[in-house]
Design a binder for this molecule. Sequence first.
Ligand SMILES: Cc1cc2nc3c(=O)[nH]c(=O)nc-3n(C[C@H](O)[C@H](O)[C@H](O)COP(=O)(O)O)c2cc1C
Length: 308
Amino acid sequence: MVARPEKTAGDFFDLAVELCGLPLATPLMPAAGTLAKEALDGAREVYGAMLPKTVTPGPRVGNPPPRVAEVPSGMVNSIGLQNPGFERFLQDLDVWNIGMPLFVSIAADTVAEFAAMCERLAGDGRVTAVELNLSCPNVEHGGLQFCAGPGTVAEVVAVCREVLPNKPLFAKLTNEGVVANAVAAEESGSNGLTLINTIPALVVDTQQRKVFLRGGLSGPAIKPVALRAVYEVSRVVEIPVIGVGGISSGEDVAEFMIAGATAVQVGAGSFVRQPQEILDEFAAYLRKNGLRTRELSVQNQPDSGRLR
Ligand SMILES: Cc1cc2nc3c(=O)[nH]c(=O)nc-3n(C[C@H](O)[C@H](O)[C@H](O)COP(=O)(O)O)c2cc1C
């Protein structure tokens, strides 16, 4: 028997994955909205791709406080897509361009606004791929979220696809109706899917006897739900899935990849742990099991037609 060479955490070959033809040095990316510019220093060695906070056409001040609450096994946030707006975002984008594929997450009130942003991003050489944040209200459909149903998912993805023919397009979906929405996104030209966004949640203050916060739940509490979404969806679509929801350890990364994810995003987990530790644990898991990242998921093996 030929001995396997020693594998280390920093071994590019072992940790690398291919996502829509993009080589990523590691399967980890930050989840949209959870990596501060100030934390970019250590990002180069950890992530395979970069992803800043969702940007909208115009600036948004976000929601009034309170905006976050800690809950058992997670947190609830109601930041409200605070961002400086698309023009200012593009002016400052170089900060995020740190020598790895750069994904840009966008949200808008109308399909036309989504399309206008995609058209600009298609011509911006710094941008590798676009993630559509479809968990935002669609003003043309009574404020229902774009991912409220397959019809609106299909509409926005198709229009964005048309003006962005040259870059991978990812639809980021919520858990509700995820399989039907995922199929609609794939049929409309999405190259990949990001699953899942936060889950609607409420925090109540019993002392004041009032609602403290109405927002989105993230963190370990949603991990089994996100795993289920990744598993169900990756069985019915051919496009790759990025798993996100409650990842805070290397074993969590492995769980998502075994469930069918090609890559993963780390969100709230990066507030409590160093992403480098998560990557090191994942590398240790691979080493212990004599695996490379791409060998982890049966569904991601080339002979099953899943590696795209
Ligand atoms: C503080 C905070 C801000 C977020 N901002 C965004 C955002 O701008 N765009 C987006 O698509 N998702 C946003 N999310 C959702 C995350 O990207 C992710 O989908 C979700 O939190 C689940 O992953 P996690 O449990 O690892 O945090 C945000 C989450 C948190 C906690």
